[in-house]
Design a protein around this ligand. Structure first.
Ligand code: HEM
Length: 405
């Protein structure tokens, strides 16, 4: 059999997809010594781990993977405690709250950023838009000062590096732990003063919220805001960069989306399948479980390779091609991501911000296409993806005929 490439190798970082295929086809369950975890790569196995009908695949690993940088978040919680906490925050990210209160925030933030470059005829869509837009939206939703954007970006980058620190680099650990301290120093005084002057923002909602008659503590709220900045910043940032990279590399599909904006949800779903922002999510087994013919013992860490599962030929026809018209996507205009791919996970911890992310991407793509009627990649530029844990184009320089006036 062929040698399975190491997920920590430079070849894998450059292009993980050949390795993913090899794993799915020849070694769907691997003990990976360097990360001390079992790698699973087939769609049905990753789907089963996320759905976790049997209560085997817990998120106990987040006590060491997330707690040192965020504190205690809903990702570590399970059972009733998790569902009560989640129910407190979920309404802000869907339905009327999202449409009436936060959609205008999303539209305004997209416009403000696009106004900084619409008259110039060129921009790096990663640096000039994708890394700024989602984090500005969350800062605005929480009622934080967007002038602190650079700090938020630095913090969430350090947090994501900590989560994706598969090789255990000591500097990355130290930077992540420093971020927790800095974020607390920044956030706790804001939470305290917000409690005295509650408003209409999401932070005020969290201050008001009660769990079983008990208010969330300053520490709980701070941890949740920290999770929101990282979970909602880095991921949506990568999704926007990737949807544009995929469309720019497939000009016929870009033209179709430009002509019929109703295709944006398909382009979004196919982008999340083809190039998911989060490539791997970990779980911890509560008991021994058999997977793809092998056994994972109790208490083991399992790395669920979303990037591999999303290209499983057992699930998708021609999985390595980007095709917004593929007939194995169920998305038309309705939101049905859960049936389309594993980029938002599934089950109890299914991304609570999925509809917010979708609203941001739809608004961003719509406004960018309006502002850049003939957008194309800068001459000779070939988008290069970066990252193993989260992944997306490193930069995306484009040119277009600038708006008049
Ligand atoms: C959970 C991906 C956008 C907030 C998750 C999970 C994934 C994910 C894979 C599951 C983690 C696990 O099961 O261990 C994404 C992607 C996004 C995105 C790909 C963009 C395209 C957002 C946004 C927010 C958000 C915009 C909010 C501002 C959360 C939260 C959780 C979560 C709070 C934890 C849910 C729970 O534990 O019940 N996300 N996310 N995400 N996401 Fe997202």
């Amino acid at each position: 059999t062929q040698q399975i490439p190491d997920i920590l190798s430079p070849e894998f970082a450059h292009n993980p997809y050949p390795a993913y295929r090899m794993m799915r086809e020849e070694a769907p369950l691997i003990w990976h010594e360097p990360t001390q975890s079992y790698l699973i790569s087939r769609y049905e196995d990753v789907e089963r781990a996320f759905k976790d009908k049997a209560g085997v695949f817990t998120t106990d690993n987040y006590h060491w993977q997330i707690e040192p940088v965020h504190g205690r978040t809903i990702l570590q919680l399970s059972g009733r405690e998790h569902s009560v906490r989640r129910a407190l925050v979920a309404p802000a990210f869907r339905g009327a709250e999202l449409q009436q209160k936060f959609l205008p925030v999303i539209e305004r933030n997209a416009r403000q950023l696009i106004d900084t470059f619409r008259h110039t005829g060129s921009v790096d869509l990663v640096d000039g838009f994708a890394t700024r837009f989602p984090v500005n939206v969350i800062a605005d939703m929480l009622g934080l000062d967007k002038a602190d954007h650079a700090r938020f970006h630095r913090w969430y980058t350090a947090v994501i590096a900590f989560l994706g620190n598969l090789s255990g680099d000591a500097d990355v650990i130290a930077a992540g732990e420093r971020t927790r301290v800095e974020f607390a120093e920044y956030m706790i005084p804001i939470i305290r003063s917000r409690r005295d002057a509650l408003g209409d923002d999401l932070l005020s909602t969290l201050c008001r919220a009660e769990v079983d008659g008990v208010r969330m503590s300053d520490e709980d709220i701070k941890a949740f805001c920290s999770l929101l900045l990282a979970a909602g910043g880095e991921t949506t940032d990568k999704a926007i960069a990737s949807i544009f990279a995929n469309l720019l590399l497939h000009p016929d599909q870009l033209a179709a989306v430009r002509a019929d904006r109703g295709l944006i949800p398909r382009a979004f779903a196919e982008t999340l399948r083809f190039t998911p922002p989060v490539h791997m999510i970990m779980r911890q087994t509560a008991q021994a479980v058999s997977v793809s013919g092998g056994t994972i013992p109790a208490g083991a860490t399992v790395t669920c390779l979303i990037g591999a599962a999303n290209r499983d030929s057992g699930r998708y026809r021609d999985p390595d091609s980007f095709d917004i018209f593929r007939d194995d996507l169920t998305t038309t205009t309705a939101f049905s991501a859960a049936a389309d791919h594993l980029a938002f996970a599934l089950g109890r911890h299914f991304c609570v911000g999925a509809l917010l992310a979708k609203a941001e991407v739809e608004t961003g793509v719509n406004q960018l296409l309006d502002a850049m009627p003939d957008v194309r990649l800068a001459d000779g530029y070939d988008p290069v993806e970066q990252g193993v844990f989260t992944r997306g184009p490193q930069s995306l320089p484009v040119v277009f005929t600038p708006a008049a006036g």
